[in-house]
Design a binder for this molecule. Structure first.
Ligand code: ADP
Ligand code: MG
Length: 606
């Protein structure tokens, strides 16, 4: 009883059918919410009518007037009035037509809905004789109809939105807000329909004119300018019946907010969570933390695999198989980067346990003298392959510990699973950066960060399998801690150290004897690494990952260190098999990539 006292009971009257004028307005409200909705429906109609020039004129944010002029097919005289009747469309007759739908509209609801809540004047011609028709509709009815002189195309003027529906009118926002919504709508529409010229005029002032463009690229330039375009790279990818075209952020750029992500499915601008999730998740490995990718993504899928009829304003869609779409987008994005999708290629695994001795003539690479003329066109380096030939990594790894103490592990990656990982090694810059040509791009690879990533992935795998390979030091290593450091040496730290491959035995006082350490680590770095681990600041990353990152970092080759070609090749090959070749575990960039286009631009060849 107590509970029911909170509930309010309405006195129900008998069920009755709404008067036509009432239900029509309610229905119209679904499609027409504000000026934006009218602009959207009319612009989409113009695009469906094949126009390549569309002008949008607004007065007072569209509240007073929305006028759309196009040079599309126009109406035949007898089609005008039916078009303003409910469910009349020229685009769809059967349910089966949905499977081949290529138009933006299909419900035949827009014109009648707009007419319900505004006054409309239409001038249209469906011929090239210069004659057309003008019709004026008010209060839902045709008021005037006359022949006029008119070019092919259509102008529809929508006046006094919600003049007869004041409740809805009250919800309209300030002129500026309504206008901004129209601008934000036109932006993506103009992008995907780059062959159509668009003009927006507000209160008599032209806000933009995008002339007919030849390519999406040109349109992006028109809409967002040169700097925006310069930070993008092209994606063009096909898999089965799916296609992905567009432009995305270059490696290690992005912006700080999730803005400027435009998704289109079969020419329709959509919000769809699979697309957004796949795009943003896939991009995490190409950007620094807290950066978001820019993306203008034009996806084509068979119309029968997408439901476009789930939202009153057709803003949302539903994929029949979103997992397939997720994977497709992921592959598409990865295909645009020099590493391709190699790091999750089928069958890929990091094989740590199958180090085999190098085949004769290949293992000695590291020990061979660094050839003086290595970069000089073919002479010089003769480590079994032409330096300018695409590099196919050797099968099997090198044995034995290297001089630097870190290439043996890198080499362990090479099992029998290498796929065509092609690149051309150009050389080393400042003894710190490896220069590589891959997929027609010039990559500048930070040798330290690269190896840190390789080591990290390897350690992480060993760690998760409780299988970190550790070895004993050749000479006793005793670590003396300060009392505050010793305080941090609690059970948890000890446990993590142990899982990471360290074994420490307490001696008297605050001293420890290091009985074993991870094999990847150089013996001389043992103390430093343990101290770093003890002093690690609290971050959001898991302790394990931080410890592993530390070990990986300490075991990686430093910058300012001359490398032999085989060593560089090993690093690059292994790098592209890691989970993220673009950022080291500390999220520092590993690769800078320069496209031919960028280089040619700076050389003023383009
Ligand atoms: P839908 O777009 O779903 O077919 P609408 O109510 O938006 O429904 O339009 C009804 C019909 O009017 C369209 O199918 C089309 O034949 C015609 N039409 C609308 N706008 C235009 C236009 N700008 N140019 C030529 N025909 C148009
Ligand atoms: Mg329509």
């Amino acid at each position: 009883m107590l509970e029911s006292s909170h509930r309010v009971f309405y006195r129900m009257t008998k069920v009755k059918t709404l008067k036509e004028e009432v239900y029509k307005k309610i229905a119209a409200g679904e499609v027409v919410e504000r000026p934006l909705s009218v602009v959207k429906e009319l612009v989409e109609n113009s695009i469906d009518a094949g126009a390549d020039s569309i002008t949008v004129e607004l007065l007072e944010g569209g509240k007073r007037l929305i006028k759309i002029t196009d040079n599309g097919s126009g109406f035949d005289p007898e089609d005008i009035e039916p078009a303003f009747k409910n469910h009349s469309t020229s685009k769809l007759t059967d349910l089966a037509d949905f499977d081949t739908l290529s138009t933006l509209g299909f419900r035949g609801e827009a014109l009648p809905s707009i007419l319900e809540v505004s006054k409309i004047r239409i001038e249209t011609s469906g011929n090239d004789n210069g004659s057309g028709i003008r019709c004026v509709f008010e209060d839902g009815h045709l008021r005037e109809r006359e022949e006029i002189a008119c070019k092919r195309g259509t102008t529809i003027a929508v006046r006094d939105l919600f003049y007869n529906f004041p409740v809805r009118g009250k919800f309209l926002k300030a002129e500026r807000t309504e206008l901004n919504q129209v601008v934000s709508f036109l932006e993506p529409v103009a992008l995907v329909n780059f062959r159509v010229s668009f003009e927006l005029v507000h209160n008599g002032k032209t806000l933009f004119i995008y002339k007919k463009a030849e390519s999406l690229k040109e349109r992006i330039y028109q809409v967002f300018g040169k700097d925006f375009l310069d930070a993008l790279r092209e994606v063009n990818y096909v898999e089965d019946n799916y296609g992905l075209k567009g432009f995305i952020s270059k490696l290690n750029t992005g912006i700080s907010v999730k803005k400027h992500q435009y998704y289109f499915v079969n020419g329709r601008s959509v919000k769809e969570k699979t697309l957004m999730a796949s795009f943003n998740n896939t991009f995490e490995k190409y950007l620094e933390k807290h950066r978001k990718p820019v993306g203008i993504l034009l996806l084509t899928v068979p119309p029968c695999e997408v439901d476009v009829n789930i939202h009153p304003m057709k803003l949302e869609i539903k994929f029949e198989n979103s997992n397939t779409i997720y994977r497709f987008i992921k592959h598409g994005i990865e295909s645009a980067f020099p590493g391709g999708g190699t790091f999750d290629a089928p069958g890929y695994h990091m094989d740590m346990d199958h180090a085999v001795p190098p085949p004769p003539g290949q293992g000695g690479g590291f020990g061979s003298p660094y050839p003086s003329g290595y970069r000089g066109g073919g002479s010089g380096y003769t480590g079994g392959m032409d330096a300018r030939m695409p590099y196919m990594p050797p099968r099997g790894g090198a044995g034995g510990r290297m001089e630097q103490g870190d290439f043996d592990q890198a080499q362990l990656f090479s099992g029998g699973f290498l796929n065509e990982e092609e690149f051309i090694l150009i050389g080393q810059y400042k003894n710190s950066y490896i220069l590589v040509e891959k997929n027609e791009e010039l990559l500048i690879i930070d040798q330290h960060n690269a190896q840190e990533r390789v080591n990290f992935d390897k350690l992480k795998k060993q760690y998760s399998e409780h299988n970190v390979v550790s070895i004993s030091p050749l000479f006793p290593v005793i670590i003396e801690l300060s009392s505050s450091e010793a305080g941090k040496m609690n059970d948890e730290t000890m446990k993590i150290l142990e899982k990471t491959g360290f074994r420490l035995e307490p001696l008297s006082g605050n001293s420890y004897d290091v009985k074993a350490f991870p094999q990847v680590l150089d013996e001389q770095n043992i103390k430093d690494t343990i101290l770093e681990i003890i002093h690690m600041p609290e971050e959001q990353v898991s302790v394990e990952d931080r410890v592993l990152a530390e070990v990986a970092c300490k075991s990686a080759i430093k910058v300012n260190h001359k490398l032999y070609p085989d060593q560089m090749k090993a690093i690059v090959t292994n790098l592209f098999k890691t989970t993220n070749p673009y950022f080291c575990p500390h999220k520092r960039p590993i690769i800078i990539d320069l496209t031919l286009e960028e280089i040619e631009k700076r050389m003023k060849r383009k």
